[in-house]
Design a protein around this ligand. Structure first.
Ligand code: TYC
Length: 105
């Protein structure tokens, strides 16, 4: 029909959404037992998780009373490494002290 009316040239450009994914975080959990001395648990928390005496005592006594206590939250690698190191430090002294990891919801 009207050939003189031409559509403006359009370019189709697919939109690229850059998604920044936050890494899943993992809790390090201190598990109570009946044998590891309280002072030893506090010492390990200070050494491995850079806690003050007060922070370490609070975490230790919470695990002692409630069975478990969340120590801190890290990326998976860091959480697993710290939990393993802390558990191994107890085992090296003959204690059944246990740290586990669990993903955050
Ligand atoms: N329950 C231990 C005791 O009475 C102390 C303790 C606390 C051990 C916390 C482990 O995760 C723990 N000697």
């Amino acid at each position: 029909m009207n050939d003189s009316v031409t559509k403006p040239a359009t370019k189709t450009r697919s939109k690229v959404k850059t998604q920044v994914q936050r890494p899943r975080l993992y809790k390090v959990i201190l598990v109570n037992d009946d044998y590891t001395p309280r002072e030893f648990v506090v010492m390990i928390l200070k050494a491995e998780f850079r806690m003050t005496e007060d922070e370490a005592y609070k975490v230790m006594i919470t695990a002692h009373r409630r069975g478990v206590c969340v120590v801190a939250v890290f990326t998976r690698d860091v959480a697993e490494t710290k939990a393993t190191r802390a558990t191994d430090a107890g085992r090296a002294k003959g204690h059944p002290l246990l740290f586990t990891t669990e993903p955050e919801e």
